[in-house]
Design a protein around this ligand. Structure first.
Ligand code: SF4
Length: 100
């Protein structure tokens, strides 16, 4: 039910032209579900919850130092903007890793 309320508020803010991104992060950041490696979207991007298991990862690359990770340096998990409102583990990795 709470999820429906958030979605409704996001839609209303979007229609009114309000800033939705900070709202989404504030409202759903800690409450967002954790991305599962077996999710279709995760599989398509070869997401793993432990970067040491990613054979294509550049040494040292992981979600915590990816530009799409919204957590701070002390977080263990946070929303990844690539996966919408799902959280990823700080030690995770996927093939979209970028550090601009
Ligand atoms: Fe992690 Fe970045 Fe991939 Fe998101 S885009 S899962 S933060 S490596």
């Amino acid at each position: 039910m709470k999820q429906n309320m958030i979605s409704r508020r996001v839609v209303i803010k979007t229609l009114l032209g309000g800033a939705t991104i900070p709202f989404i992060n504030e409202a759903q950041g800690d409450e967002a579900p954790l991305l599962n490696e077996n999710d279709t979207a995760a599989k398509s991007m070869h997401y793993v919850s432990d970067a040491s298991r990613a054979k294509d990862a550049k040494p040292g690359s992981k979600c915590a130092n990816c530009s799409l990770y919204t957590g701070d340096s002390k977080s263990t998990q946070a929303v990844c903007t690539l996966f919408g409102t799902k959280q990823v583990l700080a030690n995770g990795w996927c093939e979209a890793w970028t550090n601009l």
